[in-house]
Write a protein that binds this ligand. Structure first.
Ligand code: FES
Ligand code: FES
Length: 138
């Protein structure tokens, strides 16, 4: 991991003490995805508000490397209160900005796994995507 110590500490802290870890009792949708290169996986539960335009609560669980799990933890913090449109607009650069460190090309899939799982989960729920289209390929 390149980048400043502060950001590296933040990633390690999220890895060791993941925020919003677990499952929701009443998710609007839940989705699991894996990084096909290593088999590491993340499941994200999302509860939307009544109008289904805003994310109210998020939880995740999974097994994987520090970057994938810290990215999931940081993402869940950020998603709470976010408009669903903002989630749909997120891309890999937003995730890399959020992490605040240099991510080598090899590790980009680790970094974006959680974001892809959250977006795919919503798109499947909204009928915009079929299950068999969900991979973490960019
Ligand atoms: Fe294997 Fe991240 S894809 S190192
Ligand atoms: Fe598997 Fe990073 S090595 S997600």
């Amino acid at each position: 991991l390149g980048g400043s110590d502060m950001y590296r500490q933040q990633i390690l802290d999220h890895y060791k003490n993941p925020r919003n870890y677990g499952e929701l009792d009443d998710p609007t949708f839940t989705h699991e995805g894996e990084n096909p290169m290593c088999g590491d996986n993340i499941t994200i539960d999302v509860a939307l508000d009544e109008s289904e335009s805003t994310i109210e609560r998020v939880a995740f669980h999974g097994d994987g490397c520090a970057i994938s799990q810290a990215s999931a933890s940081m993402l869940t913090d950020r998603l709470e209160g976010m408009a669903i449109e903002e989630l749909e607009a997120m891309d890999r650069d937003d995730v890399i900005d959020m992490l605040g460190v240099d991510i080598s090309p090899m590790r980009v899939k680790c970094a974006v796994l959680a974001e892809k799982v959250a977006q795919d989960g919503y798109e499947i729920y909204a009928g915009e995507k079929d299950l068999d289209q969900t991979t973490t390929e960019e």
